[in-house]
Design a protein around this ligand. Structure first.
Ligand code: AMP
Ligand code: ZN
Length: 465
């Protein structure tokens, strides 16, 4: 079955056909680097990674771009209020630049821990692309889509008749929404800032000169400017969480299509939200969980990835420690089977399972069904162990559990890779400090990399599973 994807633009599942045969251009709305990404944010990037791997399965080469928002994203996602970066800098008593550098690095570490290959992605920072954003605003100004108020340059949404087409947004509902605050100088309530002036008498940490005045770009213009710079004025896929549909992505479409007169993006894909213990993730509730918190709860990041795959990306997910720990147990079982079988000569992929797997993946990335099929294969006595290994390795090119890096042979103690020994030492330290959950998480991490740690009187013993 050819690949089909659910397109928010049409509200339908559609066959995927790229603009250029064999090549896919994809932009994933990136993190605002003012604090650690929480596990809901990270769902968006695991989804983008599964999508990329599925495109590669279908023999496309993928040009993937993720932006780093390090200026202009205001608290509350609107045009007013404080810039998230500057607020964080104030709280942490650092410069906005230091905040951005620190949390960008943390984000890259987090996605690596989730087996997302950061080296195959182009990352672009908003602050590195101020001239591109200014040029785009100028283009809009020249075409008559903008107007100036006392606090910035705004986009006039009444000049873009298709405004709100993504997700068929009920604009009257949006106008009453809490995200779009009252600004009496705006011509239409849905208008949004392209360039904000630095407040009079105040020097912002991040500000730039422009023909309109000293200030900084709005949050939406960065995505249009950078995606079109790296992928062209029309490109194939744009992703993000569903929260971005009504405002951010409709604003991106309005400003990009007004500037170029072309279709901006052909397939818009959105992941559903992740809640925690049935609550929305929010700082004010104090329930944000990051990768570091997962580890201290005894959960390996790869087990979290596996758990995400047990639900379809368009289904809302509810995080509970028990459910993710359950997924971790399943993952370890899978790895134990795999490692045992891998000692034997590898066979060939089972064509029946491969076809069924591809049909599930090509049906809008149905990972829960693909995982269920994996367990069917594991239990199937009619398929030889060697063929199971070969088939599982292929499935894993989508799942990304990194089974291919598991050790093939029972390894002698001195051949244990240094990073595994380092993990075991870290676990030993956690045990000595009676941090049992942390110790369990590190044990799970060691297991998902194919090794077993045993406690002995002298410390620990390590061997390949
Ligand atoms: P931000 O750093 O706020 O720009 O968000 C980064 C990405 O995470 C965006 O694609 C958001 O749509 C997505 N996102 C934010 N919160 C959640 C959540 N609770 N569940 C899933 N995705 C989310
Ligand atoms: Zn964006």
């Amino acid at each position: 079955m050819p690949l089909s994807l659910h397109n928010t633009l049409t509200g339908k599942k559609e066959p995927f056909v790229p603009l250029v045969p064999g090549q896919v251009s994809m932009y994933n709305c990136g993190p605002t680097v003012y604090q650690y990404a929480h596990i809901g944010n990270l769902r968006a990037y695991v989804f983008a990674d599964i999508l990329k791997r599925s495109l590669e399965w279908n023999k496309y080469s993928v040009n993937q771009v993720i932006n780093i928002t390090d200026v202009g994203h205001m608290v509350g996602d609107g045009d007013g209020g404080q810039d998230k970066m500057e607020k964080s800098a104030e709280l942490e008593k650092k410069s906005a630049q230091e905040i951005a550098t620190f949390y960008t690095e943390a984000f890259l570490e987090d996605i690596s821990a989730l087996n997302i290959d950061k080296f195959k992605i182009t990352f672009c920072k908003a602050t590195d692309h101020i001239p591109e954003q200014i040029i785009l605003i100028k283009k809009l100004e020249k075409k008559g889509f903008t107007y100036i108020t006392s606090d910035g340059v705004y986009f006039d949404t009444s000049k873009f008749p298709a405004y709100g087409k993504l997700g068929n947004i009920d604009l009257s509902g949006l106008e009453e929404g809490s995200r779009v605050e009252i600004n009496t100088e705006k011509k239409n309530k849905t208008d949004f800032a392209l360039w904000k002036f630095s407040p009079a008498g105040e020097k912002r940490q991040q500000e730039w000169p422009s023909s309109w005045g000293v200030g900084f770009p709005g949050w939406h213009i960065e995505c249009s400017a950078m995606s079109m710079k790296y992928l062209g004025e029309s490109f194939d896929i744009h992703t993000g969480g569903i929260d971005h549909i009504p405002v951010h992505h409709n604003n991106e479409i309005a400003q990009s299509e007004s500037a170029t007169g072309k279709t901006y993006v052909r397939y818009w894909l959105h992941n559903a939200f992740l809640n925690i213990d049935s609550h929305k993730i929010s700082k004010s509730i104090g329930n944000t969980i990051c990768i570091r918190d997962l580890i201290s709860k005894g959960i390996s990041p790869v087990a979290y990835r596996y758990w995400l795959l047990t639900a379809h990306y368009r289904t809302m997910l509810n995080f509970t420690e028990e459910s993710v720990l359950g997924a971790q147990t399943a993952l370890i079982k899978l790895i134990n089977h795999f490692i045992e079988w891998r000692q034997l000569p590898i066979g060939t992929e089972n064509s029946d399972y491969m076809k069924r797997f591809e049909d599930f993946i090509n049906d809008d990335l149905d990972t829960p069904k693909a995982l269920a099929l994996t367990w069917e294969l594991i239990k199937d006595k009619k398929v030889s162990v060697g063929d199971k290994t070969a088939t599982l390795l292929s499935f894993d090119s989508i799942f990304g559990l990194n089974l291919s890096t598991m050790p093939i042979q029972k390894t002698e103690a001195e051949e244990i890779p240094p990073e595994i020994t380092a993990l075991a030492e870290e676990r030993e330290k956690a045990r000595q400090n009676k941090e049992w959950k942390l110790a369990d998480a590190i044990r799970a991490e060691i297991t998902v990399r194919g090794y077993e740690v045993k406690d002995t009187e002298k410390g620990f013993d390590l061997k390949a599973i």
